[in-house]
Each structure stands twice: as C-alpha cells, then as structure tokens.
Design a protein around this ligand. Structure first.
Ligand SMILES: *[C@@H]1O[C@H](CO)[C@@H](O)[C@H](O)[C@H]1NC(C)=O
Length: 630
C-alpha cells in the first residue's frame, strides 16, 4: 500500500513540475517573441492606418516595412514616437491630411498614448476614440471636424488628460464625458459648441478654453479662477449661479400670437428710460474710444526707441492705484546695493524697455543716477507670499558672471515686481534685429567675435543653472535672444531665469519659451534638455540673424511645429548653399572664422534635434562651444 502511494505521489509531482516548466518555457518564448511581434504588428497597423488617409504628405514615404517603425526610443518613421521599441505617439501635424482616421487600425498599438493631427484637413464627425482607452493626449485642433460629439464620446478614457479640439466646426453641447477629474487641458475654442458648460470637478484642470463658441449659462465655480480670455466670444456666458437670461427676454425673442403682452411691455419704456439708455450707450462708446486712444498711446510709447525718452513713473503702468492697501516695501537680496523704496522707483525717470508675452520691463534711473531694470509679472497670481519669498531666496543664491543679478523684489497679490541691475548694451535680440533703428552710439551690427562671445556666455550661464538646480526640469526655462543682455564688453547676462516655479500652471506654456519644445507638445512635460532646445534656436538665430520672436510669443498650445519648420528651413538651406549661405551678412566673417562659425551652426543644429536622444545635452554643448575660436 505504502509502496503504491510512494510510487504514485512523486509521479504526479513530476508531471505537475513538467507542466509548470513547459508553461514557463512557452511563456518565456512568447515574451521574447512579443517584441518582434510588436514591431511587425505596429508596422502593419500603421500602414493600414495610412491607407485610409488621403493627400498623404511625401514625408510619410518613409513608412516602409523594410525598417521597423521603432528602434528603442527612436522612431524610424516620420511622426512616429517610440519608447522601448513600442509606438507611444503619432504626431502628424501640418500635412494637409484628409480622409479617414482609422481608429480601428490603431487598436493593436498597445503603448499608444498620444495622438496629434493638429492643422490638417480632416472632416466629418468625431472618430470613436474609446477604442483607445489608454490615450492620455489628443490634439485635433485646426481641422474641419464638424457635427455633434456624443455625450459619452470619452467615457471610460480615464487617463485622458489633454484634449485640444480648437478651431474646428463642432456643434452641439460639450460632451459631459470630457469633464473628467483627470482632465488637465481642454481646448475647445473657436468651434460652435452651444448649451451650457457641463459641471467640472475642481482640481486638475489647468488649461480650459471655450472662447469663440455659442455657449450660455453660468461658468461652473471650479472654472471661475481661470483666465477670463478662456470664456470670451460667448455672448451668453455669465458668472454666478443664478445668471440665466432675464425671463422677460424670452417672449421678445419669439413674437407672441396676441399683441397684448408685448405692447404692455413696450409701454413700460417711458421716454426718460429711453433717454437714459441712449445716454449710457453714448457714454460707453465714449469710454471705448478713450480706451482705444490710451492703448494706441501705450503702444506708441513701446515703440519709441530713444533712450532719453523720459516718463514719470507715476504715469507708468506699475504706478500705485491704492497705496494704502498695497505693499510698497521692496525686499532687497543684496547688501552691496544702496536701498531705495517703491516711492523712489516711482519718482525715477522710467523708460519702457519691452513688453513681452510675460510681462513688461522698464528702465528706472534713480535720483543718484543708478539705473535699474524693473520687471513686472502678472502671471504669478497663484503663488503665496511665503512661496514667493522662498523662491527669491533660491534666486538670490544664484550668482554667476553670466546671470543678471537680482537686486530687489516686491510681492503684491496681483503682480510681482522684480528689480535687476541695468546693463548698458541692451539685448542680443535688439542687436540682431533692430538694424533700421539702431539707437545712437551703438556700434555697427554685432560681428562674429561678439556673437560667439554672447553664445559662450549664454551656455556657461545655462550650465551653471543646470548644475545648481538639479531638481528643475528646465532650470532656465525662458531663454531667448531678448533675455540675453549684453554688458559694455558684450558679455552675455541671462535674464528671466528660473521663473518656472512661480508662474501659474495654467499660463506657463504660454509664458515660458522652454514650453515651446517638442517634448512638451508630445508629452506635456519639459525635460532637462528643453533649455538645450532653446539654446539651439538662439544659436541659429544669432548666426543667421533671422528673427524667431513670432514663434516664441503667445502661441497657445502648439509648440510651433512652425518653430521646428523654421529650424528645418535653415538646415535645408545650409545643405543646399553651404553654411556660409545662411550666415548673417552683417557678421562680417572672414574665411578663417567661417570654419568656426560652421562648427557653431552644426552645434546649433544638434541642439535643435526634436528627439531627445539625438539632442545634445548641455554639458556636451558647453564643451563643444568652449572649443570654438574667434
Ligand atoms: C482662448 O482662446 C482664444 C482664441 O483661440 C485666445 O485668444 C485666448 O488667449 C485663449 N485663452 C487662454 C487662457 O488660453
């Protein structure tokens, strides 16, 4: 008996073990195979997707089964973004594409998280994205989509964080399934949405734009803190819970069959009331005109270039409105400066230096002749006083020959003032682009040695910031030629650095230039190489003298495929004509220097690679630039 049992038990055990082993081996083989399979399936899926497109861009010619779509994190096919050998993003922008978006074809791409078809010609109704429940971002702005979006169009897509449908022709109500707690960015502006805004859970939403629709009714409380420009262009939207259109408006819209009620209403309008109405309309028109004149006056002020233009600070835009209620005490971060207070600043003669997307800046000359730059920021309203002071401590700790020193600051609820030292020679941007109206006393356009010096200083300053601030993704965050100031020896001094942590999240992508990088467009995040992207743009701008401002200004959500196009244009031109063909003629470059300038151009191009793995990191860029000679 015992023998039999002993004989049987091990037997069963062995069989079980064998089975387990076979299952494990098959499992391993499947796992090893799956990567290869994923590649084949991905290629197949994408090619199927492409067949439904019409007017296919020539760049998609490299969608070809002979190379896999992905190698590691590199996408081999145009517009395909990869991670670890899997397709995670599809970015087909500005291609004039039409036809069908074949969502079914994409179902097999298990790692697909973000889709962008911005600025094409897709028509018809909203595709059914619920078949891709793991999507996190969907960019469909600037197409011709139309029709109502079903209310449950996004139900179950719990990871969906960014949806941009701006500039289409969608009609009907905003689907309630878009009002999910996960949503961070929702761009619905310039469509024909009607009805009321569905209730939004408060919390995550940072960008929300429904301007230019036909919405009505109250703005949900969770959205009222957002920028008012998110709601403009909807005649019947209002704030407050009980702001339905006044009841007696309704009957007037639809003439009643019997004339009794309307005539009774009309009788109420006595001549006195009519007179008052006309008077208030006239008054409103007058105020509008006045406002218009003031705006024109201000923009004139901005355009005036003469440095000696003086303007009393009291008339300047940061004059005190109600001094009693406002903080007027400036906090000083450096002891080696003479102290002054806001009154001194207001009394100082001031000159507008510039007004960017971020804030205006002024030059103020104190009574004793000391010149300062006062910058005024309006997009920092979320930060508390303590947070602001803490961040100022961080900025105070940053000291480097190529950073413009911070002198003082002022916290006020609705705006922040930051005071810097003034530098003599204006900005690199001004030097590069202001040929026609060069202020008196300026030397000729910047020559090659000056330009190289400015770039060297810039990259040293950036490298310092990156080393000092390991916790920040884009330690500078706002590098552009108008923020690179030049001292009397043409040394670069970086301005507006490390402001990111203070800017309201909802406005950050519009306010800061680093957010115009490709990775932000794709994944909604900047990276340690985002500043390098900005550096690359700056290098190309400096060498070619071609202005890039218009791509860096208020551009909403798009990073400017335009910006990438600008880079591409320069690269192609340099390939066709040789590097010298794209250089700014004003650089007055000789044959010897030309070789060095060509190297710098190449470094600029390496810094402007859209894919992070191909882009130089800052340390390498620094090393390469340091080797260049004048
Ligand atoms: C909303 O969109 C409109 C039109 O596209 C734009 O002018 C406005 O600046 C946007 N507002 C915000 C806060 O994004």
């Amino acid at each position: 008996m015992n023998h039999g049992q002993d004989g049987r038990c091990p037997n069963i055990d062995n069989r079980r073990r064998m089975n387990t082993m076979i299952v494990m081996m098959v499992g391993l083989m499947v796992a090893r195979q799956s990567c290869v399979l994923a590649q084949e399936n991905a290629a197949e899926a994408l090619l199927k997707f492409k067949t439904a497109l019409v007017n296919v861009d020539p760049s998609l010619g490299n969608w070809n089964p002979s190379t896999p779509p992905c190698t590691g994190n590199t996408g081999n096919w145009a517009g395909v973004h990869c991670f670890n050998g899997y397709v995670w993003g599809l970015q087909l922008e500005n291609m004039g594409l039409q036809g069908q978006i074949d969502v079914d074809a994409l179902v097999g791409l298990q790692s697909l998280r973000t889709l962008s078809f911005t600025n094409n010609n897709f028509q018809g109704t909203m595709p059914d994205w619920r078949k891709l429940p793991a999507l996190t971002s969907l960019f469909l702005s600037r197409n011709q989509f139309s029709g109502e979006i079903p209310n449950d169009a996004f139900t179950g897509m719990e990871s969906l964080k960014k949806v941009h449908l701006s500039d289409n022709k969608f009609t009907g109500p905003i689907p309630t399934s878009l009002a999910s707690p996960a949503m961070v960015e929702l761009g619905l502006d310039n469509n024909q949405f009607s009805g009321s805004i569905p209730p939004f859970p408060s919390g995550n939403i940072q960008v929300f734009n429904v301007s230019g629709n036909q919405l009505e009714g109250p703005i949900p409380p969770s959205l009222r803190k957002l920028d008012p420009s998110s709601f403009t262009g909807n005649s019947a939207l209002c704030e407050g819970d009980s702001c339905e259109p006044p009841p007696d408006m309704e009957p007037n819209l639809h003439p009643l069959p019997t004339g009794v009620a309307p005539s009774a209403k009309r009788k109420k309008l006595s001549p006195a009331i009519i007179f008052i109405i006309i008077l208030s309309i006239l008054l409103a028109l007058f105020l509008l005109l006045l406002l218009l004149l003031m705006c024109m006056w201000w923009s004139l002020e901005d355009d005036i270039e003469t440095p000696r233009q003086e303007m009393s600070m009291t008339a300047s835009p940061f004059s005190e409105r109600s001094p009693q209620q406002q903080a007027t005490k400036l906090s000083f971060v450096r002891d080696d400066r003479q102290k002054f207070d806001l009154q001194d600043l207001m009394r100082a003669s001031a000159e507008v230096l510039g007004s960017g997307s971020f804030g205006a800046s002024y030059k103020a000359v104190l009574v004793d002749g000391e010149a300062l730059v006062v910058k005024r920021f309006k997009q920092m309203t979320n930060i508390t006083k303590d947070e602001f002071h803490d961040h100022m401590k961080v900025l105070r700790g940053l000291q480097h020959p190529h950073l413009l020193p911070l002198v003082a600051y002022l916290y006020r609820k609705e705006e922040k003032l930051i005071v810097f030292d003034f530098v003599a020679n204006s900005s690199l941007g001004k030097h590069l682009h202001d040929d026609g109206k060069r202020p008196e006393g300026w030397p000729k356009p910047l020559n090659w040695p000056c330009r190289l010096k400015a770039i060297k200083g810039t990259v040293r300053g950036l490298a310092y910031l990156q080393a000092e601030l390991p916790g920040l993704e884009a330690p500078h965050g706002h590098l552009k030629s108008s923020n690179v100031l030049l001292d009397s020896n043409y040394n670069a001094l970086l301005m507006d650095y490390t402001l990111g942590p203070m800017v309201n999240p909802a406005q950050i992508s519009e306010a800061l230039v680093a957010y115009k990088c490709p990775e932000y467009a794709m994944s909604g995040r900047t990276s340690r190489k985002s500043d390098v992207w900005c550096l690359g743009i700056l290098i190309l701008e400096t060498l070619t003298g071609r202005a890039v401002d218009k791509y860096l200004g208020q551009g909403g959500q798009c990073y400017g495929a335009e910006l990438a196009g600008w880079v591409k244009g320069i690269v192609e031109e340099a390939n066709a004509k040789g590097a010298a063909g794209v250089f700014d003629k004003d650089m007055e470059i000789n044959a010897e220097a030309e070789a060095e300038a060509e190297k710098l151009l190449q470094i600029g191009i390496w810094c402007c690679q859209e894919e992070l793995e191909k882009r130089l990191d800052l340390v390498d860029a620094l090393a390469k630039i340091e080797q260049l000679h004048e």
